[in-house]
Design a protein around this ligand. Structure first.
Ligand SMILES: *Cc1c(COP(=O)(O)O)cnc(C)c1O
Length: 360
């Protein structure tokens, strides 16, 4: 007899992380190129001295620092071992097997996987023609079984954002008992037009079913430490606390996150350079004839259709690792010119070879 494992798990694909090839430029996981600030590294080193002790399970210091920064109370905040664990825990607290979790597609790979791990049913609503979440279609797709809705804004992997009016119209249409998770992993990179401008903290007060998810992995550069947080009504936070795996946010993560918040200005100044670089990369790629979505994140989406896998494989030969999505497109992280220029040189080469091929 082999050990009995839930048979439905056999059909759940494993999460595929971005690849790393030693010596090549990695633009596959939306990381920043910089290591921690000296002040953050020092806080981590200090905290290392007490690693014989369990972490503070309530993450009191970090929770209070976040509450202060965001203008909410600590009972509006729950930290997690990366915001992916909060995505998983939101599914756990809202669904039972057979319930539906709704989200746009293509979007964050974790949503369908975590949904299926919970035994719930993913319902994927295609993006609009310009690769944006189709909130009107999502509102239409709500059923009796819908328990949770993810809105990824900016959307990973397309980088697009919805307008504030569309978001508010959507929240007005969602029945108040259905939880909406607004995943803002890339919020620090957003430079919204007036139409795209909204205040998620303010919205969560107006809509108690709205949960805002944020992370220290992206703009704050702590991807390796695993810490994210949810901002929500205390009823939702209470649910998240009940399923929190004890001590799953570690001591170093708390110390580093608190130090990052203290260095907010310095860290967020770095995002401006990335935003400028994103605009440059987008323009260069479009000039080369690529179809590139309007990104508000630290990556760009290139619509390549059937060429996606070939393009990504060829880029590895040129020393750049990007993230392909078969039959659809590629996502390329934007960091600094020294790295993105390697990618742009490859993209130029590929476009030239394509043109030569067509004219042969
Ligand atoms: C990276 C990312 C996250 C969170 O990552 P963690 O490292 O688990 O905090 C959440 N949502 C989206 C859309 C992401 O791209």
């Amino acid at each position: 007899m082999t050990p009995r494992i839930r048979p439905d798990l056999a059909t759940v694909p494993a999460y595929v992380p971005g690849k790393t090839f030693p010596g090549s430029v990695k633009l596959a996981s939306n990381e920043v190129t910089f290591g921690p600030l000296p002040s953050v590294a020092a806080a981590i080193a200090d905290a290392a001295a007490s690693l014989n002790r369990y972490p503070d399970n309530g993450m009191v210091e970090l929770t209070e620092a976040l509450a202060k920064k965001l203008g909410v109370t600590p009972d509006n905040i729950q930290t997690g071992c990366g915001s992916v664990s909060l995505c998983q825990n939101l599914i756990t607290i809202t669904t039972t097997p057979g319930d539906e979790v709704l989200f746009g597609w293509r979007s964050f790979e974790t949503y369908p996987l975590a949904t299926r791990v919970a035994g719930a049913t993913p319902v994927q609503i295609p993006l609009t023609g310009d690769h944006t979440y189709d909130l009107a279609a999502m509102a239409e797709a709500i059923t009796e079984r819908t328990r949770l809705i993810f809105v990824c804004n900016p959307n990973n992997p397309t980088g697009t954002i919805v307008t504030a009016d569309d978001l508010v119209d959507f929240l007005d249409r969602v029945p108040p008992e259905i939880v909406v998770a607004l995943d803002e992993a890339y919020i620090e990179y957003v430079q919204p037009s007036q139409a795209q401008s909204y205040d998620a903290i303010e919205l969560h007060r107006r809509y108690p079913n709205l949960v805002v998810l944020r992370t220290f992995s992206k703009a704050y550069g702590l991807a390796g430490l695993r810490v994210g947080y949810a901002i929500a009504d205390p009823t939702v936070i209470d649910g998240l606390r009940r399923v929190h795996v004890p001590f799953s946010v570690n001591t170093l993560a708390q110390a580093a996150a608190v130090a990052c918040l203290a260095a907010d200005d310095e860290l967020l100044a770095r995002t401006e350079a990335v935003v400028a670089e994103r605009d440059r990369v987008t323009t260069c790629l479009r000039d080369l004839g690529y179809r590139v979505a309007d990104s508000q994140a630290n990556f760009v989406w290139i619509d390549l259709g059937a060429d996606a896998l070939d393009f990504a494989a060829a880029s590895i030969d040129h020393g750049v690792v990007i993230r392909p999505f078969a039959g659809d497109g590629v996502r390329v992280t934007v960091t600094e010119a020294a790295e993105t220029d390697v990618f742009l040189a490859f993209a130029e080469n590929w476009a030239r070879e394509r043109r030569a091929g067509e004219h042969r």
